[in-house]
Design a protein. Structure first.
Length: 254
């Protein structure tokens, strides 16, 4: 898996913008992100760029999270400083959730997924309470996440859209798309358990890609957990290829 480092840096930056934290503080080139402890992405240090020129950088990070009752967590990617992962491991930070960053050309996705007229997709430009509630239910999450998701979704910059895919008038899946600098981020893909493995996710991604193309996107990207084999397999079939890897390092402090 070799990709242009410049492309990796670009996609990493766009991905961070596409999932904005409620609280964000800079530390050198890094971003300290916190959103009520909901989701690792929104509650971790974005570490693309040099280690801060401060001998107390780890203490600053730990105090930032501990003051908010959140376990200190780092997002570590192929674009992070090469020695960071070893430093964190030596300090007792545990490795979690190895992921791929994957990209595909919009045209490739459209060629690989034929439109199925059984499904209809509708878009809204902001995630209202009803959309967030459906997302929580279909994703199997707890209702306590509602406020955090509301903060994240409302802070995502435009152009963005929140999609529902229907069959016979029933919502069977949801997804989000965000466009920036000719690239579109796909996230929050959830499918009703009774409709999984029926091509719903592929149709939803096609519709999200169509929307993104109209907003000027030529490429799509997404993040997926490495051991989620069904999802990785689907994305491969749609033309997505891994360009980089990332994982999290967290410290249980309380």
């Amino acid at each position: 898996m070799k990709a242009d480092l410049q492309l990796i840096y670009l996609i990493e930056e766009l991905a961070a913008n596409a999932w904005p934290a409620y609280i964000q503080q800079t530390l050198g080139q890094w971003r300290l992100r916190a959103t009520f402890g909901i989701t690792e992405r929104a509650n971790s240090v974005y570490t693309v760029g040099n280690i801060p020129n401060n001998d107390n950088w780890l203490q600053i990070v730990e105090e930032f999270y501990q003051s908010r009752s959140i376990h200190p967590c780092f997002y570590v990617s192929d674009a992070s400083p090469s020695d960071l992962d070893g430093i964190l491991e030596g300090k007792g930070y545990k490795k979690l959730d190895e992921c791929f960053m994957m990209t595909a050309e919009c045209a490739e996705i459209m060629d690989r997924v034929e439109r199925n007229n059984r499904f209809t997709t509708k878009f809204i430009l902001e995630a209202d309470d009803a959309w967030i509630h459906e997302f929580i239910l279909l994703g199997g999450f707890t209702l306590e996440r509602h406020h955090a998701y509301s903060c994240i979704f409302s802070a995502i910059p435009f152009p963005k859209a929140f999609a529902r895919i229907y069959e016979n008038g029933e919502t069977i899946g949801l997804g989000t798309v965000v466009v920036e600098n000719g690239w579109a981020c796909i996230s929050n893909i959830v499918v009703h358990p009774a409709h999984q493995r029926k091509g719903v996710a592929a149709q939803l991604i096609r519709h999200l890609t169509e929307w993104a193309q109209k907003k000027g996107a030529n490429g799509m990207y997404l993040q997926v957990i490495k051991n989620n084999i069904p999802a990785v397999t689907l994305y491969n079939k749609l033309g997505f290829v891994p360009i980089s890897r990332h994982h999290y390092r967290t410290l249980q402090t309380f």
